[in-house]
Design a binder for this molecule. Structure first.
Ligand SMILES: [Zn+2]
Ligand SMILES: [Zn+2]
Length: 848
């Protein structure tokens, strides 16, 4: 992911839409990996399909949450997939065939998967030369079909075969010295492939960073060792320089490069070349890290280190986590602590406990919360912390990955991909802000870090610690049915009160005050805050200046030609941009439809808010924080550090400023429009609204001077906004669960989504109808109760020039939904010339 991509994602995640009236910003590249259609191809010549690797070997304790979704029940195990043995029986009448009866029955096979079609797994014979070295988790080169060059694949299993398997083709070469993932991670890959219905080879590509696969920042170095059976007599016959080289090498006893030898002996490299020719020196090529990799150290943003004594509730929480760590069992803990209750300190202390037993830990946080402050807190407490983030160079990433794998790292901190960190002695996985939607990947494989972390923790028998002030209903529900243990921290540290929240009803003209976005009460509160030398945060979750460009004469709205979405006007440079595909034009000075000279900019973005704030508070120092201002590396850190130093009075921006920031001098938080996510065609709209308002409100009242929150809304009576204004999570959950129960939506049921897209509307719809028919017959065959909705155009009916349709599947059990789709799409093919693609999204968090 490029830096720009990741930053676009920062405030364009589906979590909280920036746009109120229109369906919102999906990621900048929701379909960046064109991996579909998933058409299974015929097995290549001479290899037989390996047994489908249902990862049933992973043992999951029954009390894990939600265990029933992890693996398909027995009755859904596919019967049709032929095992390797079955395939062989078809080949030969007797097994083994008569002409091979005499041959020793000693064949070792490797199951290989591929990231590109055909995906396998296919079985290959392991030649004797590779028997000792080939292990699951390594990359190999194998012959595939009629391709001339060998194809890169991943070994997922090594097993014994019979003489009949001698017919199989050989593994041609080994590409790694050691496995890139251990056996447990290989099993995780197989489970992910199955659960998310993605070829295992593609999961490997996600699990192992491309920088690692490419060996970024490494070079090949040749080392020399003396030949094995050299006699002293042989050596003494060599010319003097050559003798010196060989003797030095023998006495040092370690492989040495030509350059080092030449320096040590005081000769040129010529004698070494001659020795190599005579096969007296044996070369060995190794791939090594550059020693001069520049590891960018990010500095603390200026927070003073504080000595932290745990409060009673923190201490109680810590003891329960430590007990879980010591139990040696896989279990899930949900730490529900209000904003400002000191969850991070509890994580740190729990990890100290793990590290004291020579264990290591993973801490996942949403990337925007990965501030210098967060890093600093961990880095100051542990000897060896690896922080993974999207702005790392490939060599830096590779460097850290190798350190992690060698067991040199105690704590890995990063966004969702940190769930795959290959720590050897993993003792605890922490998922902070577990409700955050950035933990779900919106490209293939569409995994959720919480789900994957759970699978990994349960397989390893270690605790998974989920933390949030606003737990997802999934996590909350798990805690209510005994799949997760609930730990509550209902109070802030130092007994600080929760901030007062005042709702401003924007329907009342007097409250609204004038034509701007800042209401009368908010205006007064900002003035007061600045007078008191405090700081303010204003949240508006839409970037740009104006979110619609419309002609007042004919009503024409300037829209993206590739997506059915209006363009957003950006004042800097006078650009009109599509926030869905980045299509950009100069903002038209007159109506493109009727030539009317007086086009109007409607809707409110952060740029316009910034202008209004600067006009209304001319003495305040104001900074804007959204993906447009945060494009340059380090700008995020710089603004936060200026804010901490008091060089900025007011920070305004998108949800980037809503999460994780901890500044004691913030006396006021203003939410410009709390309804922005509320009226969304998504069953989680209320939950997201509650979370966003609660989280941003939590940015204040973190010091001795208290704090207040002003929430502007058109629907102050909405239960989500009411609950958020009272900091009442339980009330919100209680009411929201009633809605979910009504339609069996998660967390009560399970949902999957299939998106079909193509350049022609009618053909795309026809394919969607065809998939519906297959889903229905698969459902009937399984006798399962799955509700199928659609196909229908999603809220974004056209994206990047492609028409879109989607189908929604719903059932009580995730396994039933999964198996229905698996069966329906098993051998489904589309006509390549129609360019229609379909993709499966299990547990979607975005329904646009
Ligand atoms: Zn017009
Ligand atoms: Zn577009």
């Amino acid at each position: 992911m490029t830096m720009l991509d990741s930053q676009l994602m920062l405030d364009s995640q589906p979590f909280v839409p920036e746009d109120r009236n229109n369906a919102t910003v999906v990621s900048s590249a929701p379909f960046s990996q064109s991996t579909f259609p998933q058409t299974p191809s015929a097995p290549p010549a001479e290899s037989s399909p390996a047994e489908f690797l249902h990862p049933t070997s992973v043992t999951v304790p029954s009390d894990s949450f939600p265990s029933d979704e992890l693996f398909p029940p027995e009755q859904f195990k596919s019967q049709e997939e032929p095992s390797a043995d079955a395939a062989q029986t078809e080949l030969f009448e007797t097994n083994p065939p008569p002409w091979e009866l005499a041959v020793e029955d000693d064949v070792l096979l490797a199951s290989i998967v591929f990231s590109k079609s055909p995906h396998g797994p296919y079985d290959y014979r392991i030649p004797d030369s590779l028997r000792e070295d080939l292990k699951p988790g390594m990359r190999v080169g194998v012959p595939l079909g009629h391709r001339k060059k060998s194809t890169l694949g991943w070994c997922v299993a090594v097993k014994e075969g019979s003489a009949a398997h001698r017919k199989l083709r050989d593994v041609a070469e080994l590409l790694d010295d050691t496995p890139l993932c251990d056996a447990a991670l290989v099993r995780l890959v197989m489970w992910m492939g199955h659960y998310y219905q993605v070829p295992a080879g593609q999961v490997f590509d996600t699990l192992i960073p491309s920088s690692v696969r490419a060996g970024a920042g490494t070079r090949q170095t040749t080392y020399f060792t003396p030949a094995k059976d050299l006699t002293d007599e042989q050596i003494s016959k060599l010319p003097a320089k050559q003798q010196a080289v060989v003797r030095l090498l023998i006495s040092s006893g370690k492989p040495t490069t030509a350059a080092e030898l030449a320096v040590a002996v005081g000769c040129t490299e010529d004698p070494i070349r001659r020795l190599r020719k005579k096969e007296i020196l044996i070369p060995e090529v190794r791939r090594e890290m550059h020693s001069n990799i520049r590891i960018l150290a990010q500095h603390n943003d200026g927070e003073r280190k504080q000595k932290l004594e745990l409060t009673e509730q923190q201490q109680a929480a810590l003891e329960r986590i430590n007990t879980a760590v010591d139990s040696g069992r896989g279990r899930t803990l949900l730490l529900h602590g209000v904003t400002g209750s000191g969850k991070t300190e509890v994580y740190i202390k729990a990890i100290e406990h793990v590290v004291s037993q020579a264990g290591s830990a993973i801490v996942m946080v949403p990337e925007i919360s990965l501030t210098p402050q967060t890093r600093g807190r961990f880095e100051s407490r542990f000897d060896s912390v690896a922080v993974l983030h999207s702005q790392m160079s490939p060599s830096e990433r590779h460097y850290h990955w190798q350190r992690i794998r060698r067991g040199e790292v105690q704590v890995v901190i990063g966004p969702r991909s940190a769930v795959f960190a290959p720590l050897p002695n993993l003792g605890l996985i922490v998922l902070d802000e577990e409700h955050d939607t950035s933990f779900k990947q919106d490209s293939q494989p569409r995994y959720h870090a919480r789900k994957v972390a759970h699978a990994r923790a349960m397989a390893l028998g270690i605790p998974l610690l989920l933390g949030s002030a606003t737990p997802s209903l999934e996590a909350w529900h798990a805690s209510q049915c005994g799949h997760a243990e609930l730990i509550s921290m209902p109070n802030r540290v130092a007994n600080r009160p929760m901030p007062d929240v005042q709702l401003v009803d924007l329907r009342i003209r007097d409250e609204r005050g004038g034509s701007g976005a800042i209401s009368r009460p908010l205006h007064a509160a900002v003035l007061e805050t600045i007078r008191d030398k405090g700081q303010a945060i204003l949240l508006l979750n839409r970037r740009g200046f104006a979110t619609t460009i419309q002609c007042p004469s004919c009503g024409h709205v300037v829209a993206c030609p590739d997506c059915d979405m209006p363009l957003t006007h950006h004042r800097d440079g006078g650009k009109a941009m599509c926030h869905y595909c980045d299509y950009t034009i100069g903002t038209p000075p007159w109506c493109p439809a009727c030539r009317f000279d007086g086009i109007r900019y409607g809707g409110l973005g952060t740029q316009k808010l910034e202008m209004e704030a600067k006009a209304k508070f001319p003495n305040a120092r104001i900074a804007r924080m959204d993906s447009d201002t945060m494009k340059r590396p380090g700008s995020h850190q710089r603004v936060l550090s200026e804010f901490r130093n008091g060089d900025i009075d007011m920070l305004l921006g998108t949800q980037m400023i809503a999460k994780g920031l901890d500044f004691p001098n913030v006396l006021l938080v203003g939410v410009i429009n709390a309804d922005s996510a509320l009226h969304f065609p998504d069953f989680r709209a209320a939950e997201r609204t509650f979370q966003l308002v609660t989280q941003v409100a939590g940015r204040t009242g973190r010091g001795d001077r208290g704090g207040r929150v002003i929430v502007q809304t058109f629907t102050p009576e909405h239960p989500a906004i009411q609950a958020a204004s009272r900091h009442d999570y339980h009330k919100f959950v209680e009411e929201e669960m009633v809605n979910r129960r009504k339609f069996n939506y998660p967390p009560l049921g399970s949902v999957a989504r299939i998106i079909i897209r193509g350049p022609l509307e009618d053909k795309t719809e026809a394919v969607a109808d065809g998939i519906l028919a297959r889903l229905e017959s698969a459902r009937d065959l399984l006798g399962s109760e799955v509700r199928i909705l659609g196909p229908a155009p999603p809220p974004i009916g056209r994206l990047r020039g492609k028409y879109r349709f989607h189908l929604l599947l719903q059932a009580t059990e995730a396994a039933v939904v999964g198996e229905t789709i698996r069966r329906a799409l098993a051998d489904f093919k589309t006509d390549p010339k129609d360019e229609i693609e379909f993709l499966v999204d299990i547990d979607p968090v975005n329904l646009l």
